[in-house]
Design a protein around this ligand. Structure first.
Ligand code: A3P
Length: 288
């Protein structure tokens, strides 16, 4: 497949060349957002796909047909990816757009346009575990080596998509400057309906009890694991090798405990404290 071995560097971050070119990245960086746009911003493996599904169900008022018939990358295309130009639904009254780009690239355009931003973050220890497994499955990402090797690179911020710390600090640092709702993966777990109500209030998109019931059903881990429009099984094996694991892997909170040695956890905690300790950000997950 194309450009599987290529790495692009943009705004100080490396990205897989299979999905990105300098042209697609420049297009993203100069994209004219509209006030009616809804942008999901995440560091990879933080609950992006889950949020795409939740917003699909909210916007369809609980009708599962779009979620079951249109692949998620068409429902909520990635701004920075090669196919975005063709996929963006220009005629749509409300465009749903996804991005993993750092805030420093997009914040000025988002501020100016007053587009709505939903930032989803997750406990970085669980992100690291999920990202490691995803590297084994996704052939457009480098071979991660051992978990220890990968974790070192994750903490250094030299993995594709850059440093988790920079991403979260960059986006949450904009939370009072952008029209932003901040949601964590852990909150989605704890109270999906309550979080969906928060989303509906933020988006000005009323949510009836029947919509919430449908959303709860279709956005469950089991339903999404079996939904080919959300679980990436439509992607050919040369690009995502599902014999190496599932995109919808475990979907739990705290799986890091099954992967981290005490030494890895201590190193992680030390760097987390250095990076996030004084940042004054609302980080809503237990690290221990
Ligand atoms: P795990 O690898 O820990 O299972 P992203 O969409 O940002 O790439 O994130 C993928 C992670 O979100 C995976 O985590 C995946 O299983 C999890 N996920 C996706 N949908 C989910 C759901 N409905 N419930 C719980 N976790 C979900």
């Amino acid at each position: 497949m194309e450009r599987m071995e290529v790495t692009e560097t943009f705004a100080g971050v490396t990205l897989p060349g299979h999905l990105h070119t300098q042209e697609s990245l420049a297009f993203a960086a100069t994209f004219p957002f509209r006030p009616t746009d809804v942008v999901i911003a995440t560091y990879p493996k933080s609950g992006t796909t889950w949020m795409q599904e939740i917003l699909t169900l909210l916007f369809s008022r609980g009708d599962a047909v779009p979620a079951k018939t249109i692949p998620n990358w068409e429902r909520a295309p990635w701004l920075e990816q090669i196919y975005f130009r063709d996929a963006v639904r220009d005629a749509a009254a409300r465009r749903l757009i996804t991005t993993h780009l750092p805030a420093r690239v997009l914040a000025p355009a988002l501020q100016q346009s007053k587009a709505k931003v939903i930032y989803v973050a997750r406990n970085p220890k669980d992100v690291a575990v999920s990202f490691y497994h995803f590297h084994r499955l996704a052939k457009f990402l480098p071979d991660p080596g051992s978990f220890d090797t990968f974790l070192t690179r994750f903490l250094e911020g030299t993995v594709h998509y850059g440093s988790w710390f920079d991403h979260v600090k960059g986006w949450l640092g904009q939370r009072h400057l952008l029209d932003m709702l901040y949601v964590t993966y852990e909150e989605l777990h704890q109270d999906l309906c309550g979080t969906a109500r928060r989303l509906s209030a933020f988006l000005g998109c009323p949510v009836a009890p029947e919509t919430l019931a449908a959303l709860e059903q279709h956005c469950s881990f089991a339903a999404m694991r079996d939904n080919a429009m959300a679980n990436y099984t439509l992607i050919p094996r040369e690009i995502m090798d599902h014999s190496q694991g599932r995109f919808m892997r475990k979907g739990v909170v705290g799986d890091w405990r099954a992967h981290f040695s005490p030494l890895q956890a201590a190193l992680f905690d030390r760097l987390y404290q250095e990076e996030m300790g004084d940042a004054g950000l609302p980080l809503r997950w237990p690290m221990a």
